[in-house]
Design a protein around this ligand. Structure first.
Ligand code: C2E
Ligand code: CA
Ligand code: CA
Length: 718
């Protein structure tokens, strides 16, 4: 006899017989055929063995005392793993009744006594093979069901003549129908479909039945709990032998989550994920359409573009962290959205759905206004935006005030296509920011000239720094009590080959933006130190030279090291150098600023706070920074005599500085009256055209000489 499945796993057989000799014969025959055999002498023992280790096949005698073969078979079938294990029942030759009962009990096959063991072995092999196939089929059915479940894919068949609809479990789950009967009435299916989608589905079924057109349909269903889901239904016609349509065989798939993901992807292509506002792409498409429509309308309307840039956002982001920065941007987005959607007078004229807020990234928001009647209307919107953004934002017991600068371009005067409008609104915004923030400006063509000039300056600047086109002028600082020149402020000028003398206000910010400020600053510092050294060698001492630093220079901790290097290479004593920085420079990055200041003080350099009074001017923050001198901004000095407020502020700054033991310099002194006022209030030093404009180095030296001589001779120096 051949070995049973030597290549495959050895099949295990459970033999159940109450007669010991028959049991033994069975064991011998099967073992020698290559099976692994276990034997049980009664029903209970058989079930225990079965449960402990389910065999691949059971050979079961019918007649046994106690639990007989039928009972054992029934219980095996009820066991979780017993439904597919082949059970061969052994009956007597003429016992037809037993065969019938065996079938009812779930037996796979029957064998009659007396047993021909050679044949029995073959019967067993057949049964094992069939059993394996059934088990495999069952497994793959389970896998399919699982896959369908996780794919949310159900299948169904609709018998066309009887309209009987049979649904898989997943199909029922998708539809949300209760009960487990195989067939559900077609009406029940249709009732699950969203009322608006029933008609197309019925039409598709009709066409499939009559013309054989496959069904491919996306529609919605409404579940019993009223939840709405999106499904894809697909079906093909099954034909009978005579070529008649018999059945629709189809699937239904819940695609709600896909749809959602798809929508999100679509949404994000046109929107900003942080604020859910439209992005640049959406803006361009929308405004493009608006412009086309604006031209074809009977009463031509204008399209307005507002470029909104938050003031000081970077500082907030740096000090409070990105999380709060993000939060702030979202709140700003909310306010802007509400603003554009608002129904007040300003907006009634503006067509709603086409007026939209977009975010271009960072703190840049752009608003498109469709169909404004004139530029003034766009201006009203800007006023309104400035107003809503000027209200503080409350975050974790803190009040944040942002403010914004807005540039406006309106078609067709300021541009007839999206790009031009955008560029011009941006240029106008930039100017608004330069002119002191929290304001809006309309575009005008001079801005373009300015932008062009910036470009021209930028390209020239690289050459200028290395090529000796930058020169320093020096403006004296005078001690009020004695009239003595205590030092000079170095002010850079650019001797441009074509443009002539370019003032620093026109090129410093260009240098900052072009990343050239580091080089420029170093150049100025070195030249100023050399000049101070020269004066010292000429015998004028002690003299102090003051150098202006821009915010960008102050953001790096290397500054102190660099200044130290320049001093020692000159060489110049640190006491002869004063550095001027503005309040906003210091506020831009407080931590770094404080560290840099400490390092500078460590070397022995003094620091002046420039343009004081225009920024934060808070006493408490002054105390925290290691500075020596406060320079009262020339704007206050200018109107001292006319404007009592400015006079009061100036007086307050002077007395505040005295309390804090700070030195006070007033800049921009042009008249005798201003000088007298400052003197009365106790200001120690002054600077301004009243004494001298900034002068080239040799003229400054000449001035210094005269001042020296006058003082020596006891004459009034000014
Ligand atoms: P600032 O530091 O406030 O410099 C004083 C400015 O006021 C100078 O303008 C000076 O010419 C002007 N000024 C002086 N006295 C009077 C006066 O009595 N009346 C009036 N109306 N103006 C007066 P300037 O030289 O055009 O410099 C402008 C700004 O450019 C400076 O303002 C400073 O912020 C910046 N700057 C100048 N040189 C440098 C530099 O080397 N580096 C950096 N980072 N910035 C510089
Ligand atoms: Ca200055
Ligand atoms: Ca100043």
């Amino acid at each position: 006899m051949s070995r049973a499945g030597s290549a495959e796993k050895q099949a295990r057989i459970l033999v159940v017989d109450d007669t010991a000799t028959l049991r033994q014969m069975a064991c011998d025959a099967l073992e020698s055929a290559g099976f692994a055999v276990q034997a049980a002498e009664d029903g209970e023992r058989a079930l225990a063995l079965f449960e402990a280790q389910p065999p691949d096949l059971v050979l079961l005698d019918v007649q046994m005392p106690g639990l007989d073969g039928f009972g054992v078979c029934e219980r095996i079938r009820r066991a979780p793993v017993g439904s597919h294990v082949p059970v061969l029942i052994v009956t007597s030759l003429d016992d037809v009744e037993s065969v019938r009962r065996a079938y009812e009990a779930g037996a796979t096959d029957f064998i009659t006594k007396p047993l021909n063991w050679e044949l029995v072995v073959h019967r067993i092999r057949y049964a094992l093979r069939t059993g394996r196939l059934v088990a495999e089929l069952e497994r793959s059915r389970e896998r399919l069901a699982k896959a369908q479940h996780s794919a949310k894919l159900g299948n169904w068949e609709l018998h066309l003549a009887t309209r009987a609809l049979s649904c898989s479990t997943t199909c029922r789950q998708i539809l949300g129908v209760e009960g487990s009967e195989e067939f559900i009435p077609i009406g029940k299916l249709i009732a699950c479909v969203h009322p608006d989608d029933r008609e197309p589905l019925l039409r598709a079924i009709g066409r499939a039945a009559q013309e054989g057109t496959p069904i491919r349909l996306d529609h919605r269903i409404v579940r019993p709990d009223q939840e709405q889901r999106h499904v894809h239904t697909q079906a093909d016609v099954v034909y009978g032998e005579a070529g008649e349509a018999v059945e629709l065989c189809g699937t239904i798939q819940d695609v709600t989550d896909w749809r959602r993901a798809e929508k999100e992807v679509e949404f994000l292509a046109y929107h900003d994920s942080l604020t859910r506002l439209g992005n640049r792409r959406l803006f361009r498409e929308r405004v493009g359409t608006m412009l086309d429509q604006a031209q074809t309308r009977e009463d031509p309307k204008q399209v307005g573009v507002l470029f909104v840039d938050l003031d000081h956002f970077k500082r907030i982001n740096d000090t409070l962290g990105h999380e709060k920065g993000d939060w702030l941007l979202q709140r700003v987005a909310d306010r802007l959205r509400a603003c554009v959607r608002g129904s007040d007078q300003v907006f009634r004229s503006v067509e709603e759905e086409s007026s939209a807020v977009s975010r271009f990234g960072g703190d840049e928001f752009v608003i498109s206004l469709c169909a404004v009647r004139n530029a003034g209307e766009a201006g009203n919107v800007a006023t309104r935006i400035l107003e809503v953004l000027s209200r503080p934002f409350e975050i974790a017991d803190q009040e944040l005030v942002v403010g914004a600068s807005i540039g406006i371009a309106v078609s067709p005067e300021h541009g007839e296509d999206v790009d031009t409008l955008l560029r011009n609104a941006d240029a106008a915004m930039y100017r608004a920011k330069q002119q002191g923030r929290n304001a809006f400006l309309f575009y005008d063509s001079s801005m373009n000239q300015l932008a062009r000039k910036s470009l021209q300056l930028e390209s020239g600047l690289r050459r200028a720094i290395g090529g000796g086109e930058l020169v320093l002028h020096y403006q004296p600082k005078i001690e009020l009590a004695s009239g003595r020149i205590t030092g000079f402020e170095a002010l850079v000028r650019w001797q441009h080959p074509e443009l002539g003398m370019v003032p620093p206000n026109e090129f410093i910010h260009v240098a900052e933006q072009a990343g050239l400020i580091g080089q420029l600053g170093e150049y100025v510092l070195r030249r100023a130190c050399q000049q101070a050294r020269t004066w010292r060698e000429l015998g004028f001492s002690p003299l102090r030279v003051a150098v202006n630093l821009s915010a960008h220079q102050f953001q790096t901790e290397e500054l102190a090291g660099k200044v130290g290097d320049i001093l020692s290479e000159t060489p110049l004593s640190a006491r002869c150098l004063d550095l001027e920085i503005t309040e906003s420079t210091m506020m831009e990055n407080k931590e770094v600023a404080t560290r840099v200041l400490r390092a500078l003080k460590g070397i022995g350099i003094t620091v002046s706070l420039d343009d004081f009074g225009t920024g934060y001017s808070s006493l408490s923050y002054l105390k925290g920074f290691p500075i020596d001198t406060v320079k009262i901004d020339r704007a206050f000095v200018r109107d001292l005599v006319k404007d009592p407020d400015d006079a009061a502020i100036t007086a307050a700054i002077i007395s505040m500085a005295q309390t804090l033991n700070l030195h006070v310099v007033a800049e921009g002194v042009e008249t005798q009256e201003q000088l007298e006022y400052l003197r009365r209030r106790g200001c120690q030093e002054v600077q301004g055209f009243f004494f001298s404009r900034p002068l080239p180095a040799d003229e400054a030296t000449e001035l210094l000489r005269r001042n020296f001589q006058a003082l020596e001779a006891g004459q009034p120096p000014w």
